[in-house]
Design a protein around this ligand. Structure first.
Ligand SMILES: CC(C)(COP(=O)(O)OP(=O)(O)OC[C@H]1O[C@@H](n2cnc3c(N)ncnc32)[C@H](O)[C@@H]1OP(=O)(O)O)[C@@H](O)C(=O)NCCC(=O)NCCS
Length: 329
């Protein structure tokens, strides 16, 4: 039996309406617009309305991706949600999304704790599932990171934002073929970027909450910075090598949007020009697993991607996990 081509059939994204400027952070913590902008490149981020929860953002992005693919909700054969900020602790956000969308009773699961690499990591899984079973997989990266961070910790709170991005991957005439994917994990350094309270090792207690430990994202910013640059650069080179593509052939690189200085360092390592690097961290901050699909969606909406273009995705996050994918539009 001849297998249909599989690839990305549609993309979607959603950001909450509320825009929070750097200057507003000065009311919460000892910081300035100048510090945040010069150290991170971030000017604004979106904050979800208190009435919104993870599934609201996921649904909005998913419906846009389905519309972009020209598919109805009945076409979905599987749902994967990459998130570190789930709807509830149990069950997973994918279950809520299945019901909210009115999808068939298909397998649905979360990739929890995969950090900012979740969506690109998930793309590798989604394309395998799509190829093996001729399935149509809905992949969503969604985060309400502003809900889990400590709004009094200036070293972390100014970095993050809320958003969702989605892709439909399956058989059909693809919007983008997935030429190659790579991913990796180094769990030995997980303590450098983690949220320890809330699991079995350190359950939530009244004392822990009073010390805000349930919101305490532990991060050694400098170490994470170095690791992010090295891993995203290496994963990019790996996926190019696997696909037999030279860096000069790339039309666009869409990196995880954590910090402009990290993006610039990856750009330098790859040896590509400004026109090849997509940047939107200034508008949204670090939106975790939503960052790459949101950037990809926005790049396409801005006309930065044309048919035939080779586009490289690269991401890094807690775990440490990293992943890269090479697409041909
Ligand atoms: C967090 C990050 C922006 C900090 O930038 P940095 O240049 O490394 O700054 P440092 O952590 O060395 O802090 C320098 C000083 O600024 C202070 N500072 C930290 N946050 C601040 C803020 N929001 N406003 C003002 N000052 C701040 C620190 O307290 C420190 O002061 P000190 O020298 O008196 O101790 C940077 O390390 C980074 O982006 N790391 C990666 C984070 C990331 O992307 N995480 C997610 C990965 S997916």
């Amino acid at each position: 039996m001849k297998r249909a081509r599989t690839g990305i059939l549609g993309l979607g994204a959603y950001v909450p309406e509320r825009v929070m400027r750097n200057s507003e952070w000065a009311a919460w913590v000892d910081t300035t617009d100048e510090w945040i902008h010069s150290r991170t490149g971030i000017s604004t981020r979106r904050i979800a309305d208190p009435a919104q929860s993870t599934v609201d953002l996921a649904e909005a992005a998913a419906r846009r991706a389905l519309e972009d693919a020209g598919l109805g909700v009945d076409a979905i054969d599987e749902i994967i949600v990459a998130t570190d900020t789930p709807e509830v602790f149990l069950p997973d956000t994918a279950s809520y999304l299945q019901t909210r969308l009115g999808a068939r009773e298909v397998p649905a699961f979360d990739m929890a704790g995969s950090g900012c690499a979740g969506f690109v990591f998930g793309l590798d899984i989604a394309r395998s599932r799509a190829a093996v079973g001729n399935r149509c997989v809905l992949l969503v990266g969604v985060e309400l990171l502003t809900r889990i961070m400590d709004w009094s910790d200036r070293a972390t709170c100014v970095l993050f934002g809320d958003a969702a991005g989605a892709a439909v991957i399956g058989p059909g005439e693809p919007l983008a073929e997935v030429l190659a994917c790579t991913a990796g994990t180094d769990g030995s350094r997980s303590a450098i970027l983690c949220l320890e309270t809330g699991g079995t090792r350190r359950p939530v207690t009244e004392e822990a909450v009073s010390r805000r430990e349930h919101q305490n994202i532990v991060m050694n910013g400098r170490e994470v910075f170095k690791e992010a640059v090295n891993r995203m650069s290496a994963a990019s080179r790996q996926v190019l090598e696997d696909a037999g593509v030279a860096v000069g052939e790339l039309a666009l690189v869409v990196p995880h949007q954590a910090n402009l200085r990290i993006i610039k360092a990856v750009q330098k390592n790859l040896g590509v020009g400004d026109e090849t690097m997509f940047v939107n961290v200034q508008h949204y901050g670090n939106t975790g697993s939503a960052s790459v699909p949101l950037a990809l969606w926005e790049a396409r909406a801005q006309g930065r991607i044309r048919s035939g273009d080779l586009v490289l995705l690269t991401a890094f996050g807690a775990g440490f996990h990293w992943a890269a994918a090479l697409l041909r539009f």
